[in-house]
Design a protein around this ligand. Structure first.
Ligand code: BTN
Length: 249
C-alpha cells in the first residue's frame, strides 16, 4: 500500500474531511499508485473542532498533542457481511504499535476501543460505504492519546502514552509505525490476527449491563459479523450487537 499523508492544522472532523475531500479512488486505474500499489489517503489534523466519537459522543484532543487522523481503505474484495474484519485489523495493528512503546498489556475493549488496564488510550470510528454486497470504501478515524497530560472532558477513563511513560512521543514516528502494522494486518487471515486473544476481559467473570439490567458473564468470543457472545451466570448464551451491552468498569 502507498500511504499519501495530508497534514492539516484544523478541521471539524478528519472523517468528515476525508469523505468530502478525499480523492475518489473507486476506479481501478486511479486506485493504483505509480508502482502498482494501492493508494491509501491519510489525513492528520492538529486539532478537530468537532471530533466525533461513536454514536453522539465527541472526541476530546488538545491542539497539537495527540494523533487524530483518518484513512480511507478500498477493500472492494471484502463482502459487506465481513466488514468487522476492518475493525479487527485496525485494532490489532494499534495494539501492536502501542506495545512497541510500553510494557503494559494493550487490549481491545469490544468492539474496538483500545485499552491499557481499565483506561482508554485510543478510539476508532469506522464509516463504511457499501456497493451492493461489497465495501466500496471505508473511512477509518483514529484518535490516539499521545502527549496530552490532562484530560478535561467528561470522558470516563482516558489515558495517554505520556501519562504511562512520563515522556513525549514523536507523533510522526508513531503514525509511520502504525501504518506499517496496519498494512501487515489487513493482509493477515482473521485467525492469525489475534483479535480475540487481545480482548479486554477475555478471561473470567465480569459485570455487564443491557436493557434488562446488570448481570455477570464470561466472554465466549466474537462472531464473524462482530456480535459479542457472552455466557451469563445462569448458563445462558447472550449475543449482542454494538451498543446493546455495556461493560461495567
Ligand atoms: C470513539 O471511541 O468514540 C471513537 C473516537 C474516534 C475519534 C477519531 S479522531 C479522528 C477521527 N475523526 C473524528 O471525528 N473521529 C475520529
Amino acid at each position: 500500500m502507498d500511504f499519501r499523508i495530508i497534514h492539516i492544522d484544523e478541521t471539524d472532523s478528519t472523517n468528515r474531511w476525508l469523505r468530502a475531500n478525499g480523492q475518489d479512488y473507486t476506479s481501478s486505474v486511479a486506485s493504483d499508485g505509480a508502482d502498482g500499489h494501492t493508494v491509501c489517503e491519510v489525513v492528520v489534523a492538529e486539532y478537530q473542532t468537532a471530533g466525533r466519537g461513536c454514536g453522539t459522543n465527541t472526541w476530546e484532543s488538545e491542539h497539537g498533542k495527540n494523533l487524530t487522523f483518518s484513512l480511507m481503505l478500498h477493500p472492494e474484495w471484502l463482502p459487506a457481511r465481513r466488514q468487522f474484519l476492518i475493525s479487527q485489523a485496525v485494532s490489532v495493528a494499534l495494539c501492536e504499535t502501542l506495545e512497541t512503546y510500553i510494557y503494559n498489556k494493550v487490549e481491545i475493549k469490544w468492539p474496538n476501543d483500545i485499552y491499557v488496564g481499565d483506561r482508554k488510550i485510543c478510539g476508532i470510528l469506522i464509516e463504511n460505504r457499501l456497493k451492493g454486497p461489497h465495501i466500496a470504501d471505508s473511512i477509518v478515524g483514529i484518535g490516539l492519546n499521545v502527549n496530552q497530560a490532562v484530560f478535561v472532558s467528561d470522558a470516563p477513563n482516558p489515558v495517554s502514552l505520556y501519562q504511562l511513560t512520563g515522556k513525549e512521543t514523536d507523533r510522526d514516528e508513531l503514525l509511520q509505525r502504525f501504518l506499517k502494522h496496519l498494512e501487515d494486518a489487513v493482509y493477515r487471515p482473521a485467525a492469525l490476527m489475534g483479535y480475540e486473544e487481545r480482548l479486554y476481559r477475555r478471561e473470567g467473570w465480569h459485570a455487564y449491563k443491557d436493557a434488562e439490567g446488570r448481570f455477570e458473564a464470561k466472554m465466549d468470543g466474537v462472531m464473524d459479523d462482530g456480535r459479542l457472545m457472552l455466557t451469563d451466570s445462569g448458563g445462558n448464551r447472550r449475543v449482542y450487537a454494538f451498543k446493546e451491552v455495556t461493560f461495567v468498569i
